[in-house]
Write a protein that binds this ligand. Structure first.
Ligand SMILES: [Zn+2]
Length: 496
């Protein structure tokens, strides 16, 4: 994710984040089944959350999602519509009940393998109690019917600003990061939880729907409507979901090696944004030279017809606000390269927990700045020297790079402050070894989740030296270490 460099701070605060009643969800009545005589474990409730340090109730325990199939009978930008989420899952423990993350919307009911289940809601926790317990290893289908509210938005006081559904003049785009996917569909809403998704979006005939992955079907429906079916192809984290509706043109192109490219552009913006959109193949070639093969089967830009000045790395289809593509080339390319870099860091290699955000944002900013310097932008070194000077202050104000607090998650420390850690690592091990670390990371963890500790371990292994003692103070310490190779760089004293 990145915020545009020019557009002033946001207008009105659209909505307050809904209060999550943590204690209610954690201490809800537990209906334990009696222990069985055979000695097999008695069914017990799946955990309400995965215990993430930032968002303890995000994600759920006791099952794994194998596929989401999402049906949206979309009507108009601000009109509630009927929706169904069909969740194929496998029990990883003997389950008396389980939870989904689900916020707002009007729930109609949940069926497990065709039988009505008991439901209750507290905060963002939807608890589902099947008629009979689900044995460990059982594959089951949970069908959730609801009326979706496409105006649901939440707000954060960091670079995210507004997230959830963002209505446009004639349609919608979504900003699920960090945990707004639950406003769109009931989910295992944590970045470490990846599953493939089938989207079936029915719209009025004069509009186009898009989503992550490949368009696999377009079918005329009664009442001048059309159903668009997309398959994500690869599993994705819920924070990387995109679905958008509008008067779009689909502009096809080709990247290096014949990679299919498809930009999704509001009709009136096709020509005005063409010059910068044409640069994607160059960005792909530049990043592939550094990082190796692009990790997915296709890519494209979704041009956001919205005032929200935030770009987002939604998987295979990055959302770039129109303002970014109508300003200077340097600014446009910074955001384009930033979101494209995320396809390797954050999308293909997913976050194990939100404390690992520095890995994805640090890398996106690192390559964004490196590219920009080579293409008419600011000096990378000068930007890093500036970040170095502020680093103790940022540690004090918003936490060390790998030690964010929940309200300070998407602050500058996770961007330039974390690119600085990678810059220090490169100074320490040399450019050739650094490139080997980077390639080992994106190839070794391709399609998987990975943690900060795994980054430290892999860097040490590739470099052939223990980097724990070097990286830990950079990532967790309260004082900024000396910058290798730049003994003249100075950290400003902390104010306040
Ligand atoms: Zn980013």
């Amino acid at each position: 994710m990145s915020t545009t460099y020019r557009t002033p701070r946001r207008r009105a605060r659209l909505a307050l984040a809904a209060a999550v009643t943590v204690t209610a969800a954690l201490t809800g009545t537990v209906s334990q089944a009696a222990p069985s005589a055979s000695g097999t474990p008695s069914p017990s409730p799946g955990a309400a959350g995965l215990g993430d340090p930032m968002f303890p109730l995000d994600g759920n325990g006791g099952y794994r999602v194998d596929r989401y199939t999402l049906d949206f009978d979309w009507q108009a930008p601000r009109t509630p519509f009927e929706a169904t989420a069909t969740i194929k899952a496998t029990a990883t423990q003997s389950l008396s009940r389980f939870n989904l993350d689900f916020g707002g919307n009007t729930l109609h009911g949940v069926k497990i393998d065709g039988s009505a289940a008991r439901t209750s809601r507290a905060g963002d926790e939807l608890t589902v109690t099947p008629k009979s317990p689900l044995p460990k290893g059982r594959t089951f289908t949970a069908k959730v019917t609801y009326t979706a509210d496409p105006t649901q938005t939440r707000h954060r006081d960091d670079a995210i600003e507004d997230y959830g559904w963002i209505p446009t003049a004639d349609g919608t785009v979504v900003y699920p990061q960090p945990n707004g996917a639950r406003l769109i569909f009931p989910a295992n809403d944590h970045p470490s939880q990846r599953a493939p998704i089938t989207f079936r979006i029915t719209t009025p005939k004069d509009l186009t729907a898009v989503a992550n992955g490949k368009l696999v079907d377009r079918t005329e429906r009664p009442g001048d409507r059309v159903r668009w079916t997309y398959d994500s192809e690869q599993p994705l984290s819920t924070q990387l979901v995109q679905l958008a509706v509008g008067k779009f043109k689909l502009v096809d192109g080709e990247g290096p090696g014949g990679l299919p490219l498809r930009d999704v552009v509001p009709d009136a913006l096709v020509e005005p944004t063409a010059e910068y959109r044409k640069l994607t193949p160059d960005h792909l070639a530049w990043l592939q030279e550094k990082l190796g093969p692009y990790p997915f089967d296709r890519y494209g830009l979704l041009v956001g017809d919205t005032d929200l000045a935030v770009a987002l790395e939604t998987q295979t289809l990055s959302l770039i606000p129109k303002a970014d593509l109508l300003g200077t080339k340097v600014d446009a390319e910074r955001n384009m390269v930033h979101e494209l870099t995320h396809q390797w860091f954050g999308d293909s290699v997913a976050l194990k927990s939100w404390s690992d955000l520095w890995v994805s944002e640090g890398h996106a900013r690192f390559y964004e700045r490196m590219y920009s310097e080579e293409h008419g932008g600011d000096s990378f070194e000068a930007a890093m020297k500036t970040a170095y000077a502020a680093h103790d202050q940022w540690r004090h104000d918003v936490g060390a790079p790998a030690e964010p607090t929940e309200p300070n998650l998407f602050k500058r420390m996770r961007y330039d402050g974390s690119a600085l850690v990678l810059y220090a690592l490169r100074e320490q091990v040399g450019d050739a070894t650094f490139q080997k670390i980077e390639r080992a990371w994106v190839s070794g963890f391709r399609g998987k989740t990975a943690s900060t500790q795994q980054f430290i371990d892999l860097a040490s292994k590739v470099a052939g030296e223990d980097l724990e003692g070097f990286l830990r103070p950079w990532l967790y310490g309260s004082k900024t270490p000396p910058m290798p190779g730049h003994p003249d760089w100075v950290v400003d004293p902390v104010q306040g």
